[in-house]
Write a protein that binds this ligand. Structure first.
Ligand SMILES: Cc1cc2nc3c(=O)[nH]c(=O)nc-3n(C[C@H](O)[C@H](O)[C@H](O)COP(=O)(O)OP(=O)(O)OC[C@H]3O[C@@H](n4cnc5c(N)ncnc54)[C@H](O)[C@@H]3O)c2cc1C
Length: 257
């Protein structure tokens, strides 16, 4: 269980940032992960009064507030229409509806969990992370960094692409054994593998959307996999080409609609 001495509902991003500069403080978003961490902190910072739970559509992008819960992405009609229904399909396997009504996109992106379906999908979709002090950073760079004390305000996803996600789970609602997110944009097919079990990573891009089976075998041969309680390194390596092939095929199909 996590313990906090003070609970502050921040009234501005500047206030939240100043409080979060201290190591004794922590931002609490959905609290679904943090509550299990046994933290003992002086100050919990709540961002819920800052209007960061909105999903906004601009001419060329969707801009999602960091406090938007996973369920709001899953059920957002315009967001799903723009990207081929991928948020509905990719987020539904995460634990359960009540959970997704609480866990946030900002908490997912900041945490950079090695098992994250969310990061894999956003990485395939060329997402940018908008940080209060540093400004826009590509998710692909953010994924490689260590945890800092800046605040994620939004996630920006450019329009003009379609995506599909396929994952393998030992049982429904468990974290994935392997996840593949594929997107097709003007830059061609991008493939992301997550739960290898390591942070989601772009394993191929600029591919022809209809590339053949041997391409997926070659990508898997060049990718690092590992073993853990859920599956061995060999098992992940074996299923990776099939998962990539299925995600790419599903992505082609939604792109043609
Ligand atoms: C039991 C369980 C099963 C899960 N299964 C899956 C799964 O199958 N697939 C999947 O993709 N994910 C899964 N997750 C992860 C989940 O989807 C969320 O990523 C996770 O709960 C964190 O989101 P949160 O809103 O609860 O963040 P919190 O727990 O509140 O915070 C997590 C971290 O992010 C930081 N943080 C939060 N918001 C910001 C911000 N705006 N700026 C900077 N830092 C911030 C916090 O300080 C903290 O360090 C699982 C989590 C749990 C607990």
């Amino acid at each position: 269980m996590a313990k906090y001495k003070n609970y502050v509902v921040a009234q501005s991003l500047e206030e939240a940032y100043a409080l979060n500069a201290k190591k004794s403080s922590v931002i609490v978003a959905g609290n679904m992960w943090l509550r299990m961490c046994g933290l003992n902190k002086q100050t919990a910072i709540d961002l819920s009064a800052l209007g960061l739970d909105r999903i906004e559509e601009t001419e060329d992008a969707f801009v999602i507030g960091s406090m938007a819960v996973l369920r709001s992405l899953e059920t957002h009609e315009a967001l799903n229409a723009a990207f081929g229904g991928v948020f509905r399909d990719a987020l539904a396997p995460i634990v359960g509806t009540q959970f997704r009504n609480t866990a946030t996109v900002g908490g997912s992106v900041y945490s950079r969990f090695g098992f994250s379906d969310v990061s894999a999908l956003l990485l395939a979709l060329h997402a940018q992370v908008l940080l209060y002090k540093r400004g826009a950073v590509s998710l692909s760079d953010y994924q490689k960094e260590t945890w800092d004390r800046d605040i994620i305000t939004h996630i920006r996803i450019p329009k003009g692409q379609r995506a599909a996600v396929r994952s393998v789970r030992v049982s429904e609602t468990d974290i994935p054994v392997l996840v593949c997110a594929a997107s097709v944009s003007g830059e061609g097919l991008r493939l992301v593998l997550g739960a290898r079990p390591a942070r989601a990573q772009i394993v191929a891009e600029h591919l022809a959307p209809d590339c053949g089976e041997e391409t997926f075998e070659e990508i898997a041969a060049k990718t690092a996999f590992g073993g853990n309680l859920r599956a061995s390194e060999a098992y992940r390596r074996k299923i990776a080409p099939v998962l990539m092939m299925r995600a790419a095929k599903a992505c082609r199909e939604v792109a043609q609609k």
